[in-house]
Design a protein around this ligand. Structure first.
Ligand code: HEC
Ligand code: HEC
Length: 342
């Protein structure tokens, strides 16, 4: 016969069980809190950009200062056109079907006010200005239409249209705290140092799948706005994307844009991509198919082409492939020496 458990024995095994359960619970708590609280691996925190000079960054004027006057109304309309371009000028736009359905704000973040988010702080202060791409003095109107015809792969707005006047009113108001000829810190895009090697589309493809596909799609097709015009996540290549004449088609511009702004949530002082990752992703995305533009009239003085303008003829003897992917340092070096001799 089995010996019956005495009451004392029963209590003893109960205590043992309780102790065991507590130890397991405590251990799980430790492991969980370690997982949640431990700092991210070093590869997740690439070097910040201009951390030290943050105080002197440009800030947009305060929107609440705008009154109800007609001129303030025009400024607000300009802001709205930058933010929701597609609703006015996209394929189903209320003003006219002029462009590809992207918004200016997709590339000029927060309506063109974010530091290193391609902001418009220097537009009113520096235009009209000579631009080597067109070989002419460009007005603000011309510069707006450059982006409509290239980045939005569309047809130009008339200079007399209320839309053009509104966009310019927004730029002038944004620049009202900037002196003539000054480009404030944080205007435009970050310029990343050149790599010692050519940027790698193969490496970029792997990184794209890890860091960009969730929003921009496997085929770079983006995601449409549910039940409305335009894009929830804008396309990065294909028929609805920017064309080969756009600023982002140059590797340095694309890499600078994403370094400070992508994946979504990144900022110039909290970037998530290393410089190498930014260059390689740029090389991958800009190797995918997209609309083309006749660029034969661009850069009438070919010696003024930027090192990463990927279309010949060139005055420096380097190939189109090297002008597209790099390495850019040898090109830059040759241009420097040439200008020393001249
Ligand atoms: C696909 C991205 C993209 C879109 C969309 C886009 N732009 Fe741009 N834009 C750029 C890039 C890139 C630059 C050049 C930045 C640089 O080189 O620093 C630029 C430059 C500009 C500039 C000159 C800024 C300066 O300081 O010199 C103006 C003005 C401008 N864009 C207006 C617009 C307007 C208006 C729209 C919408 C109708 C628009 N852009 C849409 C990418 C874009
Ligand atoms: C969480 C979603 C998300 C992720 C992840 C993300 N993006 Fe974006 N991206 C956006 C959104 C949203 C915009 C438009 C921002 C706006 O309009 O304010 C955008 C805009 C862009 C643009 C300019 C507009 C265009 O379509 O050309 C580029 C270029 C871009 N992203 C590249 C990338 C790259 C490269 C990665 C990966 C390193 C990435 N993004 C990861 C959401 C994302």
């Amino acid at each position: 016969m089995e010996p019956l458990q005495s009451p004392a024995n029963k209590i003893f095994s109960l205590v043992r069980l309780t102790l065991l359960v507590s130890v397991v619970v405590l251990l799980s708590c430790f492991v969980l809190s370690w997982l949640v609280l431990s700092p991210p691996a070093p590869s997740q925190s690439p070097t910040p950009i201009v951390e030290q000079k943050k105080d002197s960054l440009w800030h947009a004027p305060d929107l609440s200062l705008l009154d109800q006057s007609d001129s303030a109304e025009l400024i607000r309309y300009g802001r709205s056109l930058i933010e929701k371009t597609s609703a006015y000028l996209g394929p189903e736009g209320s003003v006219g079907a002029l462009s590809n359905g992207m918004n200016c704000q997709n590339c000029h973040l927060d309506a063109g006010t974010r530091p290193f988010g391609n902001n418009y702080s220097a537009v009113a202060s520096t235009y009209p200005k000579f631009r080597a791409r067109s070989g002419s003095i460009e007005t603000m109107e011309k510069r707006v239409n450059d982006c409509i015809e290239r980045s939005l792969n569309g047809k130009p707005l008339s200079n007399e249209s209320r839309e053009m006047k509104a966009i310019l009113a927004w730029f002038r108001w944004l620049g009202s705290n900037v002196e003539k000829d000054v480009s404030p810190l944080g205007s435009g895009l970050v310029s990343l140092p050149f790599l010692d090697r050519a940027a790698s589309p193969e490496n970029g493809k792997i990184l794209y799948a890890q860091k960009c596909t969730v929003c921009h799609g496997r085929e770079g097709q983006g995601q449409r706005m549910p039940g409305g015009p335009g894009w929830f996540y804008p396309p990065l290549w294909g028929e609805h994307s920017y064309n080969t004449g756009a600023g982002l088609y140059r590797l340095s511009r694309f890499a600078g844009y994403i370094k400070a702004n992508m994946p979504l949530g990144s900022t110039f002082d909290r970037p998530q991509l290393s410089d190498e990752e930014a260059w390689d992703i740029a090389a991958f995305v800009n190797s995918q198919p997209r609309p083309t533009k006749d660029l034969s009239a661009d850069w009438p003085d070919i010696s003024k082409k930027p090192v990463d303008h990927p279309f010949g003829p060139f005055s420096d003897g380097f190939t189109e492939a090297q002008h597209k992917f790099g390495p850019f340092k040898p090109i830059q070096e040759k241009i420097k020496q040439r200008s020393k001799k001249a």
